[in-house]
Ligand binder design. Structure first.
Ligand SMILES: Nc1ncnc2c1ncn2[C@@H]1O[C@H](COP(=O)(O)OP(=O)(O)OP(=O)(O)O)[C@@H](O)[C@H]1O
Ligand SMILES: [Mg+2]
Length: 327
């Protein structure tokens, strides 16, 4: 059961005073959720009150974020949103030790990302997919590209083939294995980049705006792959500016000026469009439509957040002959 908690300072402390009526917490601008999936498990990733600054020395340093905490549980789907420059990518790079915090600690499967001896194991556990499909592909043939990371890990050749087959299959790119990546569409390239990560058999996939350079078709391809991986038990952390993608997540973290401003389920967050707007963010189109239809037809559920939910609601009311209010 997810609960909305007012005034908590970290997910670890969430769990008491629930806000059943969906009101914004009076004493703070934070919404925290207890995640049913994770509540009895150990977190896969634990980010404990970290701060990070780029550059060295007080005069050159740029604070990217301050006092950020986050837990990602096995199998969870977390979205991170926020305006440009709010610290999302910097946070993502902390999740597998590309960057290490200036203050605080990040633990991945019990390993501290500051421990250099754990670096490779941490990267294997948490894979990262970036924005540009072109910048992530290094080989001239698709399957060589997927093999690249495995070669670096020293995986034996027999097992390597098995992992490449499995990874290409998982992203639906097996038939392109002998093709040069530059003939592929953006979405296909990004699927190959994901396959390269999957071949490492990670527990968590972090996507930093992985769909932002793709057309709607390519975006849908990636979302379908990510959804399937999550259904199979892989934890997902996705950074996106597309609110319709956020609706897919179990939990959303809203960054604002280098701090976590809000946290909650997509439904909890999208119930407060004004507060999101104050942070320079929007709700998904489907959510806006549901709220507008609800204003005219009160029986129409106000909290639908996806096209599928809006359509289901139309079907439900069409079936039950729901009342229509004019004016
Ligand atoms: N390599 C860098 N050197 C110095 N400052 C940086 C560097 N990368 C990011 N920053 C600064 O750190 C802050 C956070 O940047 P970050 O890229 O993490 O934000 P973001 O939320 O990912 O933004 P966007 O939505 O534009 O991708 C910003 O003030 C940014 O200018
Ligand atoms: Mg970014």
């Amino acid at each position: 059961m997810r609960t909305v908690v007012a005034g908590a300072t970290s997910p670890a402390t969430a769990g008491a005073a629930g806000n059943a009526n969906g009101e914004w917490p009076a004493e703070g601008r934070r919404i925290h959720s207890c995640v049913a999936k994770g509540s009895s498990m150990k977190p896969l990733i634990e980010v404990n009150q970290i701060s990070f600054s780029y550059g060295q020395g007080p005069s050159q340093s740029v604070a990217a974020f301050t006092d950020v905490s986050l837990r990602v549980y096995p199998g969870e789907y977390v979205a991170v949103i926020g305006q440009n420059g709010s610290g999302k990518s910097t946070l993502a790079k902390h999740l597998n030790g590309i960057l290490t915090p200036t203050r605080g600690d990040v633990w991945v499967a019990g390993m501290n990302t500051k421990d250099a001896s754990c670096k490779q194991q941490i990267r294997r556990c948490v894979g990262m997919v970036f924005q540009s499909p072109d910048n992530q592909l290094v080989a001239t043939i698709v399957e060589d590209d997927v093999a690249f990371g495995l070669e670096n890990l020293g995986v034996p050749p027999g097992e390597m083939q098995e992992r490449i087959d499995e990874a290409l299959e998982a992203v639906g790119m097996s038939e392109y294995r002998h093709r040069p990546p530059h003939f592929l569409s953006g979405g296909q390239k990004q699927r190959v980049a994901i396959a390269g990560i999957l071949a490492m058999r990670p527990d968590c996939l972090v996507l930093d705006e992985a769909t932002s350079m793709l057309d709607s078709f390519g975006r849908a391809e990636i979302l379908a792959v990510v959804r399937r991986l999550n259904q199979q038990g892989m934890a997902i952390v996705t950074i996106t500016h597309h609110m319709s993608e956020v609706a897919e997540a179990d939990r959303v973290l809203v960054m604002h000026e280098g701090r976590v401003a809000l946290e909650g389920t997509p439904r909890e967050l999208f119930a407060h469009p004004d507060q999101l707007e104050a942070l320079g963010l929007d709700v998904p189109e489907a959510s806006r439509v549901a709220q507008q239809v609800h204003a005219r037809i009160p029986a129409f559920r106000r909290d639908a957040i996806s096209v599928e939910e809006v359509v289901a609601e139309v079907d439900r009311l069409a079936g039950s002959g729901g009342e229509r209010r004019h004016g």
